[in-house]
Each structure stands twice: as structure tokens, then as C-alpha cells.
Design a protein around this ligand. Structure first.
Ligand code: SF4
Length: 231
């Protein structure tokens, strides 16, 4: 498999944010939202872009031209999704981004460890979702049987010495505080120093989930703070 077979031009890009201060901690970055994801997390706030059969709407050339104009104005580029590592053309896109002089960041659920392996020499930072204790992965993602692939991805990133932030979205419909403690202890034992719990947001989710969350919150009158640092 070569870059020529899967050039960046084949990337299915669902969205492009040229300036973001909140997708890579401490950095000003452009963000590409790549089409498609194999999982179906109820709380997915990018629900509209997870269908892998839908084509992208933004050509790579537009992204490349914009990045070329913004050299020196941005610290880096984050590939997000959907699940960006689903697309093989990501490797060439990350290489070309690096060639333009940008640092490369990645948001991933860790579904494709072998794709992450191919990206390792290009990555400067990764936001990796560890979504649940292993036995709850199916309930949270709707698809993954357990946490084996995300954990393989995490091992690989740590072994490569890449800066990684592990994140868990605290979905009160599937997780509780005990689950967060379990995940936190497991990843800290592996060597993670940056672990955050994220607030679940109803905006952009599928309507059934948004309704179920609203009902839950009404019943319990309970929420979580915006982002709870767990270090
Ligand atoms: S892994 Fe991420 S993009 Fe995919 S369904 Fe879950 S929240 Fe959405």
C-alpha cells in the first residue's frame, strides 16, 4: 500500500475549520473532520458525518491551499472525525501537512491500530478516546466488543513517546463514576499523564439520544461540569 494508491486527494472530508483554539490543548490549529466512523456511540455529536458511505464535501486541494496561505499563523492541523484513521489516505494527507511545516494532531477512538502504526512518525499529539471499561464498550459504541483495539493503540502511542491525552465522555446513560475510576486507574498505570473526562453534549446527537438524555437529566436533575481534570 503506497501513498500513490491512496493519495490525500482521495480523503473524504466532511468539514474544515481553519482556526480552532479548543481542539488541541494549548495550540491554535486547523481541524479536518473526516467522513465516516464504524461505531455508533449514542452521544456522538458528529452524528451527521458518521455514515461511511457518504462522500466528503470538501476537496483536499482546498484544504492544502488554505493551509499553504496560513503557514506561520497556525501551530498545527488536527485530523478529527468521524474516525479519521478509517481512511487510508490519511497517511498521505498527514505527510503533506507535515511537509507544509505544520505539527500533526489526531483525534481517534483507536479502532484501527495498524493505521495508527503507519502514522506514528508523523504524529505530534493524539487525543485518544477510551470510551468505557472493556465490558461496556459494546454498550457505549454499539459495535466494538471490547477495548482491545483502543488499548493496543494507546500502548503503541505511549511506546512511541507521542504526547497523548486520553479522554472519556461521561455518558450518564451508559457509564457511572466507578467506570471513570476504572478507566483512569488503568490508563495511569500504563503511563498516561493527561486524562480528562468530557461532558456529554446533546447538540449534534441523534434525536433519540438527545431525548433520552433530556429525560434522564429531568429525572435526576444531575449533570457534570464542563471538563473535569482527573490528574
Ligand atoms: S467513535 Fe466518535 S465519531 Fe464514531 S460514533 Fe463514536 S463519538 Fe461518533
Amino acid at each position: 500500500m503506497t501513498h500513490q494508491e491512496h493519495p490525500a486527494e482521495r480523503l473524504e472530508i466532511a468539514g474544515f475549520e481553519p482556526f480552532s483554539a479548543c481542539d488541541w490543548p494549548g495550540k491554535l490549529a486547523a481541524v479536518l473532520f473526516l467522513q465516516g466512523c464504524p461505531w455508533r456511540c449514542g452521544y456522538c455529536h458528529n452524528f451527521s458525518i458518521i455514515d461511511a458511505k457518504k462522500p466528503g464535501v470538501i476537496p483536499w486541494q482546498h484544504v492544502a491551499d488554505t493551509l499553504t496561505e496560513r503557514r506561520g499563523l497556525l501551530d498545527g492541523v488536527v485530523f478529527s472525525g468521524g474516525e479519521p484513521t478509517r481512511q487510508i489516505a490519511l497517511v498521505d494527507a498527514a505527510q503533506r501537512t507535515k511537509n507544509l511545516g505544520f505539527a500533526v494532531g489526531l483525534h481517534t477512538g483507536g479502532q484501527y491500530p495498524t493505521r495508527v502504526q503507519a502514522l506514528l512518525p508523523l504524529l505530534d499529539w493524539v487525543g485518544l478516546d477510551i470510551k468505557a471499561p472493556s465490558e461496556k464498550y459494546q454498550a457505549v459504541t454499539g459495535r466494538a466488543p471490547d477495548n482491545s483495539k483502543p488499548m493496543r493503540t494507546l500502548h503503541m502511542l505511549l511506546d512511541a513517546g507521542i504526547n497523548v491525552q486520553v479522554r472519556t465522555t461521561l455518558d450518564p446513560l451508559t457509564l457511572d463514576e466507578e467506570d471513570i475510576v476504572t478507566i483512569r486507574e488503568e490508563v495511569i498505570a500504563m503511563g498516561v499523564t493527561d486524562y480528562v473526562v468530557q461532558r456529554v453534549r446533546p447538540d449534534g446527537t441523534n434525536p433519540e439520544y438527545a431525548a433520552a438524555l433530556a429525560e434522564y437529566r429531568q429525572k435526576t436533575q444531575r449533570g457534570v461540569s464542563d471538563i473535569l481534570p482527573m490528574t
